[in-house]
Write a protein of this length. Sequence first.
Length: 159
Amino acid sequence: MSVQQPVASDHQLARLLQIGVVLEEVVEARAGEHARSMDSLDSEVVALLDEAASESAEHRERLESLIDDLDADTIPFEEIKELVAAQYEAESDFDGVLYDQLCNEETAYKFYDDLIAAIEESDAEFSVDRADLLATLTGIREEEADGVEKVTELMEADG
């Protein structure tokens, strides 16, 4: 399954939204782990990581609400995890916490950007309101773009 083609059904949309849930879980978990495990982080970086974790949790809830409203069966978490790994997995050898966070934010932004385009190109009728769906996803994408900008600003200030 690809986000590069129009979304054709509730089932496919549910699967793609589940990928978004997993991406948000990854961002939340990694940001939280970095904030807890790195003693040498300054308070501005810790605040950014805490905000990223909270924002990801909120995004996950919004996506799960959309999934609940769809007339579609979901698929097992392990299968979704494999799809995420295949297309959106981040490199594991980053030089630092901010590079890792930047990659996570950029990956999420790109996913939502691709998903919005695939929905906009689709003629399919969904069991959720298309305008509400796109508004939710556009809001999440904008928040991911803000996250990219905040991480970049911190990196530039440190560099």
